[in-house]
Design a protein around this ligand. Structure first.
Ligand SMILES: [Zn+2]
Length: 384
């Protein structure tokens, strides 16, 4: 489609706004653009805020020195005057209507890398604000963003774009819980983690294990691997123990400051106890994370984690894997989940139960668990 008219407006003295409109609006867009603004966040982060009348559905692309945010089923705002503060990476902003899609094109002073999901959030209306798509980014490595126009236009996103960090709980001097027949949590979860890595690799994801052998890692080191790999999802695999040997089933947890129930708190205490020997490393890491994440971002990460965890519970149930009585997803202050990466802690079954101890060591049941997790990852909406 050809653009018939291009209006250039001077905005804020130093930046320009170009509006490219179609000859006639041949569609009734569900969503409309309200405002665009930039801000500067701690750590020299540029914040781009796109406000729309409805919850936006978006995709991002990264041509040289540009960030293009494509909003589905959205109409342009002809009287848009973006508020651009100085000192950010955004030099100017252009909007272009392409059919029923609206492109917000941010022209940047420096190239950027692909923005991890944890740096993007959608906020619901509050006060004077409508829906806001909030994107935080920093300058990236030159050359890491070279993508052609045709690549950007692709609608389907290859899964290799997404990075999953798989954390086999415990290891080395910390065996985790131990079954009646001597099965160690650290051993079964490592076996399952390795199988999961293979299957997710086969499905096209980029995966990393926090440990690939019988080694001890502090909880902060595990969480830090998720950060360093710019993971889109962090999965910590565990097996449970209960004073009642009849207790069975899987349970799924996400991070929260306050436990959803007493049992979840006890479990978090038990899992966190692995680090009692030296928590100093974690305290520093925890501080860094708190600095890096605003309260809003912490909320966004928590929301995405719960979304994943709910989907995961659904897959486990649909594959008839026994569920521990209680809610699908519980919350507790698990140290290993404290990061900017959305994630969940999966208790895959009870080693304290003789039947499940046997199951957890059997190849066929491990495969079943792995298949359920792979399905949950594939079903997870990485792009909001
Ligand atoms: Zn554990």
């Amino acid at each position: 489609m050809k653009v018939s008219r291009r209006t250039i407006l001077q905005v804020a003295g130093f930046c320009t706004l170009a509006i490219a409109l179609m000859p006639k609006m041949a569609f009734a867009a569900r969503n409309s653009l309200r405002t665009v603004r930039t801000g500067l966040q701690p750590g020299n982060k540029t914040r781009l805020v796109i406000e729309t009348s409805q919850r936006p559905s978006y995709s991002l692309s990264y041509p040289a020195n540009q960030l293009i945010v494509t909003l589905s089923n959205t109409s342009a705002n002809a009287s848009l005057a973006p508020t651009l503060v100085s000192g950010t990476l955004v030099k100017s902003i252009t909007q272009a209507q392409v059919g029923d899609k609206l492109q917000i094109i941010a022209n940047l002073s420096k190239p950027i890398n692909e923005i991890p999901k944890g740096q993007i959030m959608i906020l619901s209306p509050n006060g004077d604000n409508d829906y806001r798509l909030v994107i935080d980014f920093i300058a990236g490595q030159p050359g890491a963003v070279a993508k052609t126009n045709t690549q950007q236009q692709k609608q389907s996103v290859p899964t290799e774009k997404y990075t999953i960090v798989i954390d086999a709980g415990h290891g080395g001097k910390d065996p985790g819980c131990i079954g009646k027949n001597g099965t160690k949590e650290k051993t079964v979860v490592l076996a399952i983690a390795k199988k999961l890595k293979t299957k997710l690799d086969d499905a096209g994801f980029k995966t990393y294990l926090t440990r690939s052998g019988d080694t001890y890692l502090k909880l902060a080191q595990r969480a830090e691997i998720g950060e360093k790999k710019h993971a889109d999802l962090f999965l910590s695999l565990h097996a449970n123990a209960n004073p009642s040997r009849s207790m069975k089933g899987f349970s799924i947890y996400t991070l929260s400051e306050k436990a959803s129930d007493e049992e979840a708190q006890k479990l978090a205490d038990a899992e966190n106890a692995a680090d009692k020997i030296d928590v100093s490393g974690f305290e520093q890491f925890d501080k860094d994370i708190r600095v890096a994440l605003s309260a809003l971002q912490q909320h966004a990460v928590a929301e995405m984690s719960v979304e994943y965890a709910n989907g995961c519970a659904k897959q486990f149930k649909s594959m008839k894997i026994t569920q521990q009585p209680g809610p699908d997803v519980r919350h507790a202050p698990f140290a290993v989940l404290r990061s900017t990466v959305p994630g969940a802690l999966l208790e895959l079954g009870h080693l304290s139960n003789a039947t499940e101890e046997k199951l957890l060591t059997s190849a066929s049941h491990q495969d079943k668990l792995v298949n359920a997790i792979v399905k949950s990852v594939k079903a997870y909406n990485f792009d909001v």
